[in-house]
Design a binder for this molecule. Structure first.
Ligand code: G3P
Ligand code: MG
Length: 247
């Protein structure tokens, strides 16, 4: 993979409501060429963009995502909570999101965020949507599929063995290589809080890109890039683009 140094996190979650089309458009406007977003299933098994298992934090709805149909979720406002100018923003389907990213020429990291018990189904249906939507020969990096959930990653590998997978860790366990190898992953995705030079050195020695989330301090981003980190996920694409220019 040839990933850019900046990946918009949930679109660009510091500048626009997370996991929305407006957020992806904003990330693109600010100069991101790659965005990350979280995917889970509605009650009727439609892959949508949503981080939490519940609707309350990022929409004006309540209750569990897994218990609401796609049509019910489409009734909700996913932007007003963030700022009044985003009122009317909807929870996007994965399909609509991929279509927008293709139109904008923005690469994607699809983070599988399954609701409990729906790990394999989430991976299978998200990968099916990708196969139906993302042209095989597009002049873009292939979609990176990541997850904290090992079952979901394994299912993604079975459904689309050729798509690169990112192994997400909060802390990097001593046994990370075994997990990484068992799931045939391509990137090591680690929390900003727990990433250490030794992890970057170990991964780099094997040409494994290290991706660090979530970095919103430009000085920290420069330190990480200097350390050999390939890419950072950021809520503030604007600040990171400036940091990269003045590096
Ligand atoms: O994929 C990087 C990052 O998004 C993982 O954590 O909780 O923000 O989805 P989270
Ligand atoms: Mg995420």
């Amino acid at each position: 993979m040839n990933l850019p140094p900046i990946i918009g996190h949930r679109g660009t979650a510091g500048l626009a409501p997370e996991n929305t089309l407006a957020g992806i458009q904003r990330a693109h406007q600010e100069g991101a060429s790659f965005v990350e977003f979280d995917v889970k299933l509605t009650a009727d098994a439609v892959p949508i963009l949503m981080h939490d298992d519940s609707l309350g934090r990022t929409t004006n709805g309540r209750g569990k995502v897994a218990l609401k149909s796609f049509d019910e979720i489409q009734e909700l406002d996913a932007g007003a909570w963030f700022a009044p100018e985003f009122a009317g923003e909807r929870v996007p389907s994965l399909r609509a999101t991929l279509e927008l990213c293709i139109e904008l020429g923005v690469g994607v990291n699809v983070e599988l965020k399954p609701c409990p018990g729906r790990e394999e189904e989430t991976a299978r249906l998200a990968l099916r949507t990708l196969a139906e939507t993302w042209p095989a020969h597009l002049d873009l990096q292939p979609p990176l599929i990541s997850s904290f959930d090992r079952k979901a990653l394994a299912s993604a590998g079975a459904a689309a063995p050729d798509l690169p997978r990112g192994c997400l860790f909060t802390r990097v366990p001593g046994s990370w290589r075994a997990t990484f190898a068992a799931l045939a992953c391509s990137t090591l995705n680690v929390s900003n809080r727990w990433i250490r030079q030794k992890h970057v050195e170990a991964a780099s020695a094997d040409d494994i890109p290290v991706l660090v989330y979530t970095v919103n301090d430009p000085d920290r981003a420069v330190d990480l890039w200097d350390m050999g980190v390939t890419a950072i996920f950021t809520d503030r694409v604007d600040l990171m683009v400036d940091a990269l220019k003045s590096r």
